[in-house]
Design a protein around this ligand. Structure first.
Ligand SMILES: [Zn+2]
Length: 146
C-alpha cells in the first residue's frame, strides 16, 4: 500500500507510476517474475464500482436530482478514483504474490526445487525442466480401450 518492498519495507518496487522495477535496491528481491496482470484493475473496478453505485443510489433516493448531476458527480470520481487506487492495489497484489508465491525461495510454488523436502512438497517437473536438470522426463501413455 505504501509503495515499499514487501521483504525489507524500505526499497521501492515501482520504477514509475505502475511499472515494476527489476529488483529492490536495498535487499535485492527481484520483482521480474512477479506479474500482477489485471488483478489490481479488477479489484479497483469492484471497489470504485461499489462506492459509486452506493453513493448514486443514496443521492437518487434522497434528492432525486436530474441525470446531468449524476454525470457531473460520478464521472470524475470514477476516473480519478480508478487512477488513484490502482497503484496501492498493485502494491498489495505484488506483496501477496511475494508472500504466497515467491519465485526465489526454494520449495515454494514457483520457486526452485528443494531436494531436502519430502516428495509431496516438491514440485512436479515437466519435460523441459526435467531435461534441463538431466532427469528422465515422465511421459504418460493412454491405451485405447478395446
Ligand atoms: Zn527490499
Amino acid at each position: 500500500m505504501r509503495g515499499r518492498c514487501p521483504r525489507c519495507g524500505v526499497g521501492r518496487p515501482f520504477d514509475g507510476f505502475l511499472d515494476t522495477s527489476d529488483g529492490c535496491g536495498v535487499c535485492g528481491l527481484g520483482f521480474g517474475g512477479h506479474d500482477t496482470g489485471d488483478g489490481p484493475a479488477v479489484f479497483g473496478i469492484l471497489v470504485i464500482g461499489a462506492v459509486v453505485v452506493g453513493l448514486a443510489l443514496w443521492l437518487e433516493l434522497a434528492l432525486a436530482p436530474p441525470t446531468w448531476v449524476h454525470l457531473v458527480l460520478w464521472t470524475p470520481l470514477i476516473l480519478l478514483g480508478s487512477v488513484a487506487i490502482l497503484r496501492p492495489l498493485k502494491g498489495v497484489t505484488l506483496a501477496l504474490q511475494y508472500k504466497f508465491r515467491s519465485l526465489e525461495e526454494p520449495g515454494r510454488p514457483g520457486g526452485p526445487e528443494r531436494e531436502d523436502l519430502p516428495l509431496p512438497r516438491r514440485r512436479l517437473l515437466c519435460g523441459d525442466q526435467a531435461a534441463s536438470m538431466s532427469l528422465k522426463p515422465v511421459s504418460l501413455r493412454i491405451r485405447p480401450s478395446a
